[in-house]
Write a protein that binds this ligand. Structure first.
Ligand code: K7E
Ligand code: CUA
Length: 667
């Protein structure tokens, strides 16, 4: 959700403003009484005990992912994805920098909204988590055996990768639809030529092979704003649904100008049909440059490749590939129920929750129940595809998830509540206030074929007084709600990082036992690996000096270096030769212009340092690793340019003996 919507929702939209303000000012007193009784015991996970679920919350404008345990709401880890992370050197060290390569150059930040778990047969399988970059459209893959970002692909012909990276039930594709329509390809045209020149794209990206993500094809769409998406499943497997707004095609003051039409559209995409058309050569080869970046698993070095060209499919060249489902008033979320029959939209300015039927959609297509055709896309008749409308659900429906027991839960941004309703009868059966202005909500597996319908996490937008105040910006928040009974119960608030848009969660048992504990030193193919002290040293190539070092409790070796000169570029390659779980070392040198390195066990990391003045500069381990951690240090001497100080790295007696032994063996 963007700021302008927040503003209009809270202060502007005709007739709703007053109600919004009333809801938004619900006094805190009533909130206290809601989390009573056995709530505390339900979220209490005793010290040393594990949580039942892993939850992955988007970090919003932090660009990262935060991992929480549920039900405790304890923060377990921040996984850096699209933003540099000095805590472990991600995006600062030489090894991971290529992940941030784009056609716009090196980008150290983005805004991430939607984490999405990989699935097998429509159920989260715990292999990967995908997440989108909203500003410079990209999709990242996180490996859940290491909780690390392994791959980032840029999406060309796109601007605002918001409807992303929702996955197909087999994880064959993740998608990205452009939020902002732009000229395709992007060229210099007057902005007010929007209607003629601006287009949307829906991108299908292959995702089932780690390290090999690629743009399979793009579908060229009318110049609307594409907002969110979800794959079909079961009977609707092979289809993808995307919401769009601004069917008015306004290019200024969208707040008003894009809220004129009574209905906008959900694009129903038959992507199996798209595959056929692409195979038949009906897509045009279009120019497009983009980067694909991935981590090589043996060296743990990120690589970057520039790609050119995409297959661009126009709906008018492939009949049956896209249909429009009319949907009231600027829809935001689109969610498909576990059976795959119902397609639920969240019309953020609508007063009902419209539900489309996949069976009726197929019938309407067969009967050609079209109201009109836009750019080769038939618009299906609203009544012909409508399964039902949830009446009087509240105000500002945004997102819906499912409990697998026949109920749906919709977040209501303006009236700040979660509304539970029954699939099929469309009756509202329960509602619970949230504090305040809820955005997404999430049930573990709640957008899949198999929800684990015990908890719901509400992620709140304008939650500004749930915790001790912290200056002009207060803590963002999520709320945990018990949905195991007939009535929803508020259990817990917990603060989040950045702005928590969407989240995903799954039972801890699906990934807990698969965790990598350390990297095999013998399998490390980094060209600068140092597997033993005897392999360390210092070498000069012109003005570049490379230092190979080991780190082990509790020393670096070598730890005294001389012969470096002002004007040199020094690259430290430090290998953590520990082969034990959770034994990490760090590395930092006085005056460096980057973050520390953190080396996981068995891993090599490289840091570039350009000394600017003569002197002796200490370096040290930044990660407390043993009782003698504070002894884990060294010095590097820097002499003036042209000095005749010899290039040396000290070698211990033990390493000398090792070297002598190796030499003897070779004789
Ligand atoms: Cu509704 Cu970006 Cu999915 Cu925020 S988005 S809420
Ligand atoms: Cu190694 Cu502290």
């Amino acid at each position: 959700m963007n700021i302008s919507l927040k503003r209009s929702a809270v202060a502007g939209v005709a007739g709703l403003g007053v109600i919004a303000l009333i809801y938004a000012c619900t006094p805190r007193a009533t909130t206290r009484s809601l989390a009573v009784g056995d709530a505390a015991s339900k979220v209490y996970v005793a010290p040393g005990s594990y949580d039942e679920y892993y939850a992955f919350l988007s970090g919003g404008y932090s660009g990262q992912v935060a991992v929480y345990g549920l039900p405790s709401g304890r923060l377990l880890k921040v996984i850096p994805v699209f933003s540099q992370f000095p805590e472990d050197g991600y995006g600062y060290n030489e090894d991971t920098k290529p992940l941030f390569q784009t056609t716009y150059g090196f980008i150290p930040w983005d805004d991430s909204h939607h984490p999405e778990l990989s699935m097998t047969d429509g159920v989260p399988d715990g292999r990967w988590l995908f997440i989108n970059a909203n500003n410079t459209p990209r999709i990242a893959r996180i490996d859940l055996t290491r909780f690390e970002t392994d791959e980032i692909i840029q999406i060309p012909n796109s601007a605002g990768g918001h409807a992303s990276p929702f996955t197909t039930p087999d994880s064959k594709y993740v998608v990205s639809a452009t939020r902002f329509s732009v000229p395709v390809p992007n060229t210099d045209v007057p902005i007010d030529s929007y209607k003629q020149n601006f287009k949307g794209t829906l991108s299908f990206i292959t995702a089932d092979q780690p390290g090999k993500m690629d743009i399979a094809f793009q579908i060229l769409m009318p110049g609307y704003n594409y907002d969110l998406g979800h794959a079909g499943k079961g009977p609707s497997n092979g289809w993808f649904f995307f919401t769009s707004y601004n069917s008015e095609q306004a290019n200024t003051k969208l707040e008003e100008n894009a809220s004129q039409n009574d209905k906008d559209f959900i694009a129903a995409v038959n992507y199996k049909r798209a595959e056929e058309c692409v195979a038949q050569g009906k897509a045009k080869a279009a120019p497009a440059d983009y980067y694909h970046n991935w981590v090589d698993s043996a060296s743990r070095l990120a690589k970057s490749e520039k790609k050119t060209g995409v297959k661009l499919l126009s709906p008018s060249d492939c009949d049956g590939v896209v249909y429009y489902l009319p949907t009231p008033k600027s829809p935001h979320g689109v969610d498909v129920d576990p059976t795959g029959e119902y397609i639920v939209a969240g019309g953020k300015l609508a007063t009902v929750i419209p539900v489309h039927s996949f069976t009726k959609l197929q019938k309407a297509i067969a009967a050609k129940a079209f109201d009109k055709v836009i750019d080769g896309i038939p618009v299906l008749n609203y009544d012909a595809v409508m399964a039902g409308e949830v009446q009087k659900p509240g105000l500002g429906p945004l997102h819906t998830e499912f409990d697998g027991k026949g109920y749906a839960y919709t977040s209501m941004f303006i009236s700040s509540e979660v509304v539970k309703w029954k699939l099929g009868t469309w009756e509202v059966v329960d509602r619970i206030p949230t504090y305040y202005s809820i955005g997404h909500l999430m049930i573990p597996g709640g957008d899949s074929k198999h929800p684990w319908g015990k908890y719901l996490v509400a992620m709140n937008k304008i939650t500004k007084d749930r915790y001790l105040p912290t200056g002009p910006e207060m803590a963002q928040s999520a709320q945990l709600i018990d949905i195991s009974g007939d009535k929803m119960k508020l259990l817990l608030d917990f603060p989040t990082i950045g702005e928590p848009h969407y989240a995903q969660a799954l039972p801890a048992s699906l990934i807990k036992e698969k965790q990598v504990k350390y990297f095999q030193l013998t399998a490390n193919t980094n060209p600068w690996v140092t597997r033993a002290e005897s392999e360390g040293g210092i070498t000069r190539t012109g003005k570049r000096v490379d230092v190979k070092m080991i780190a082990i409790r509790s020393h670096f070796a070598p730890d005294n270096l001389e012969g470096v000169q002002v004007g040199d570029t020094v690259v430290f390659h430090v290998t953590n030769i520990e082969q034990d779980w959770d034994i990490l070392h760090g590395f930092a040198v006085l005056g460096m212009n980057t973050s520390e390195l953190i080396m996981q066990p068995g891993e090599t990391r490289s840091l570039t340092w350009v000394p600017k003045s003569p002197g002796v500069f200490p370096f040290y381990c930044t990660d407390f690793c043993s009782a003698l951690h504070q002894e884990m240090q060294g010095y590097i001497r820097v002499s003036p340019a042209g000095s005749n100080v010899k290039l040396v790295a000290n070698v211990s007696k033990k390493a000398q003996a090792q070297l002598a032994g190796d030499a003897a063996k070779q004789r």
